[in-house]
Design a protein around this ligand. Structure first.
Ligand code: BDP
Length: 337
């Protein structure tokens, strides 16, 4: 048995322990008497236990447990205990992992429409992004995941992504010649190439050692990831160019879904929808804290006052994919008003 499995088993034992401990508490409401779980599912999460997406996952799992009176139990396996995102997505597709929270970026390799979120500067702001994510169009995108054997349950917030590098970057020209890690999809590779840098796709869990050993000169992410994955210990320059806003997706395996009753599906879907507000609040709070923390840890944060040179540099990417994402981009433009 490998270490991850031992850790996962230990963790399930711990979780079981806390459930049993919970049963000991005297709770006088008769209807609150928990049933034995009929279903025990796993939810794969790449981030650590206290990261805002993990908090969202846990909220979702708690709501499901509460509303099913303990009949449906979802154990959250954080910190990539069940593997890196690409392999987790494959396992969810096959039905061997029941739930996951992943980034839209690797998901795009399994369902093309999600690639639209990797295009640079398509949203003006968080408000614009969420107006789109709450639109019928974006909801339909979640529904269409079924064709790829997933059940899209909710979008979560992930802020915006910016570059962090070994040497200081103030404008796009400074990235020329650098080796930059990207999330594993084709559009991200084109984005880096447009900036004259060379793209190195690799799983999230390998970025820290990649930065430390110099295999890559930089990467890009939101402040919470840059901080919690300790990437800031290896490279200390963060330029807030905010080139992408890539939403997170909470989803189930279609194989799992097909085994559930209509009522249970409804309950799970509603719990996912109801967890969004909590996740977004946790996100906004931690996003700010993370940036402050990075500064106190010696990271040089460079604000970008004029984003136009950045937009101009990556324009070829929009031109290349405009036709492929015509309807998605139209719906995103519509959400601007
Ligand atoms: C983070 C996402 C996470 C991705 C990671 C990455 O929350 O799901 O795996 O970026 O860059 O922002 O791979």
């Amino acid at each position: 048995m490998n270490n991850k499995k031992v850790l996962a088993l230990g963790l399930s034992a711990l979780m079981l322990g806390s459930v049993l401990a919970g049963c000991g508490k005297s709770d006088s409401k008769p209807e609150a008497k928990a049933e034995a779980p009929k279903y025990t599912f796993r939810l794969a999460e790449t981030h650590p236990a206290d990261y805002p997406t993990t908090l969202g996952d846990k909220k979702f799992a708690d709501l499901v447990a509460e509303r099913s009176n303990g009949r449906i139990k979802i154990n959250v396996f954080h910190s990539a205990q069940l593997g890196e995102e690409k392999s987790v997505i494959e396992q969810v597709q096959m039905g061997s992992i029941e739930f996951t929270r992943v980034s839209s970026s690797p998901l795009a390799e399994f369902n093309k429409a999600f690639g639209v979120f990797s295009l640079p500067y398509i949203f003006d702001s968080e408000a614009h992004e969420w107006k789109f994510l709450e639109s019928d169009y974006a909801k339909q995108m979640l529904t269409n995941l079924e064709k790829s054997k997933f059940i899209g349950l909710a979008y979560y917030d992930s802020g915006s992504r910016s570059f962090y590098t070994k040497n200081k970057v103030t404008g796009p020209a400074d990235l020329k010649g650098m080796k930059i890690r990207v999330q594993q999809n084709k559009i991200n590779m084109d984005l880096i190439q447009a900036l004259g840098a060379s793209a190195t796709p690799m799983p999230y869990g390998e970025v820290f050692s990649g930065l430390q050993t110099g295999v890559i000169d930089g990467a890009e992410n939101n402040a919470p990831s840059y901080l919690t994955a300790n990437h800031f210990q290896a490279v200390k320059y963060y330029v807030l160019d905010a080139h992408q806003r890539v939403p997170e997706v909470l989803m189930a395996s279609k194989a799992t879904w097909d085994k559930l009753s209509a009522e249970d599906r409804k309950l799970i879907q509603q719990a996912a929808t109801d967890s969004i507000k909590f996740q977004r609040e946790a996100w906004n709070k931690f996003d700010k804290e993370a940036l402050d923390k990075l500064k106190t840890q010696g990271v040089t944060v460079t604000e970008v006052k004029d984003v136009k040179p950045w937009q101009a540099a990556v324009k070829p990417v929009i031109d290349k994919y405009n036709a492929d994402f015509k309807t998605e981009l139209e719906a995103i433009a519509k959400a601007r008003n």
